[in-house]
Design a protein. Structure first.
Lengths: 52, 150
C-alpha cells in the first residue's frame, strides 16, 4: 500500500510529492553503501567531538 | 534558491531511503539517497547513487546525465525534509571522489546565504580533529550539517 504526502520547502519554491512505499520500507536498516559508511566511520573516529 | 529539484520521490516512512528519477541526455536513471546511522551517536551518513535494473545500488558511478545542479538540489531538499523530521541529527556526507566533494563545496558556497538560514554547516578538514565552520573555498573532505534551531 502506498501513501502520498506533499512537502513544501523553505529553500525552494517547489513542492515535493513523496510516495511512502511499503516495498521500500522493507529496506530499512539495510546498508546499501557499505564502503561509504565505512569511510565515514573511519573519518568520524578521528574527530575529537561534534560541534556544539 | 533558484534551482529546481526532482520533486517526485518514493521513500521509506523514516526517509532513510529516497528514490527519484534523473532525466537527462542519457535518458532516465533511477537514483537513490540513503541516510543511515554511523558509529558516532547522532551522526548519519548520506550516500547518493544510481540504481541498476537488478536493484543494485552504486554510489561510485558517474551518470553524467547533464542534470548535476538538479540532483544536488534534490539532495538538499531531501536533507531539508529529513532534518525537519529529525532536527537533532547530524548529516555527514562526502563525494565519492575528491573532485565531487569539491563540486559540492562550490555549490554550497554559491548558496551559503540561503542554506545558512536553515542549516548549521561544518567542514571536515584534512588532518584536523575538529569540524570547522564552513567557509567558501575551504579545502574540506566532508560536510557535517544539522538543522538550525530557529
Amino acid at each position: 500500500m502506498k501513501k502520498a504526502i506533499k512537502s513544501k520547502s523553505i529553500l525552494f519554491k517547489q513542492e515535493a510529492t513523496i510516495v511512502i512505499d511499503e516495498k521500500l520500507n522493507a529496506l530499512k536498516g539495510k546498508i546499501m553503501a557499505p564502503k561509504k559508511l565505512a569511510e565515514a566511520n573511519r573519518h568520524l573516529k578521528k574527530m575529537k567531538s561534534l560541534p556544539k | 534558491m533558484k534551482y529546481e529539484y526532482y520533486s517526485n520521490w518514493s521513500a521509506t516512512d523514516d526517509f532513510s531511503v529516497v528514490d527519484f528519477v534523473s532525466v537527462g541526455k542519457h535518458g532516465s536513471i533511477s537514483k537513490r539517497i540513503e541516510i543511515i546511522p554511523t558509529r558516532s551517536h547522532g551522526v548519519y551518513n548520506l550516500a547518493l547513487g544510481d540504481m541498476d535494473n537488478s536493484g543494485n545500488f552504486n554510489d561510485y558511478t558517474t551518470s553524467d546525465n547533464g542534470d548535476r545542479d538538479k540532483i544536488l538540489a534534490t539532495v538538499i531538499k531531501v536533507i531539508e525534509d529529513y532534518t525537519r523530521k529529525y532536527p537533532d541529527r547530524w548529516i555527514y556526507f562526502a563525494g565519492s571522489t575528491p573532485e565531487r566533494t569539491r563540486l559540492y563545496r562550490i555549490v554550497v558556497g554559491l548558496h551559503l546565504e540561503d542554506l545558512s538560514k536553515l542549516f548549521e554547516i561544518f567542514a571536515e578538514v584534512a588532518d584536523k580533529q575538529a569540524f570547522q565552520p564552513f567557509q567558501k573555498n575551504i579545502q574540506l573532505v566532508a560536510f557535517l550539517i544539522r538543522r538550525k534551531i530557529i
